[in-house]
Ligand binder design. Structure first.
Ligand SMILES: [Zn+2]
Length: 220
């Protein structure tokens, strides 16, 4: 009878494969992942809304966004940068927030005359540059609040359990296709009310050809 020899390495490989197959969650548990490009936009606080659009004015819904309760407003602003260069028709996203903030792509920042603006998670505006915002009823000088929004993934507890991650963890997003880009610093933003959703800016989306690829993978 011929002896069947199997090396230690082969045994280890086999064991690893079995463990991997046993621990992999079933395909049906994979939550739907929507990856979107966020065009430049502003968020406003109550006081700045009053100044820009009038006392007690409210944002009106132009288009509901994927995340429940969030919307693109009909209202827009003009943003004036440090060298009097401006961006008009800057869309406001609702609802109102505690602090005003403007999220730009790097290309927008350059066109305004900024050499750079910091990459931050939304809401973290300490020490960021400011600008002037002009609305139909007035002008607001933002002392700070101009950021490039860090690429991030909105996730609820079920999604976090599926991927084995927690709030503020950093994940990777592979976008296949002709451009083929992997983003290495996708920050997890946990919230029980959200749907699984990656947000990148328009520069990032253009660089990876987001609109032309079906091949997308979110990885720990
Ligand atoms: Zn987002």
């Amino acid at each position: 009878m011929a002896a069947v020899t199997i090396t230690r390495e082969e045994v280890e490989q086999l064991v690893r494969r079995i463990v991997r197959e046993r621990t992999r969650p079933s395909a049906s548990a994979l939550p739907t992942l929507l990856v979107e490009a966020s065009a430049r936009h502003a968020h406003l606080c109550r006081a700045d809304m009053d100044t820009l659009f009038g006392e007690g004015s409210e944002l009106t819904v132009f288009k509901d966004l994927y995340q429940p309760g969030n919307f693109a407003a009909k209202e827009t602003l003009t943003l004036i940068g440090p060298r009097s260069r401006l961006i008009s028709n800057l869309r406001i996203l609702g609802p109102l927030r505690k602090e005003s903030q403007v999220e730009l792509a790097f290309t927008d920042a350059i066109s305004l005359g900024f050499n750079d603006i910091p990459i931050r998670i939304s809401g973290d505006t300490e020490g960021t540059p400011g600008c002037l915002l002009m609305g139909p009823k007035g002008v607001v000088e933002l002392k700070q609040g101009l950021i490039r929004a860090a690429i991030h993934v909105h996730m609820n507890p079920a999604g976090a359990e599926y991927f084995g991650v927690k709030h503020k963890d950093v994940m990777r997003l592979r976008v296949g296709g002709a451009a083929g880009v992997t983003f290495d610093r996708v920050t997890v933003r946990m919230d029980p009310t959200v749907r699984l959703n990656v947000h990148m800016d328009t520069d990032e989306a253009n660089a990876c050809g987001l609109h032309y690829t079906k091949e997308i993978e979110l990885m720990k």
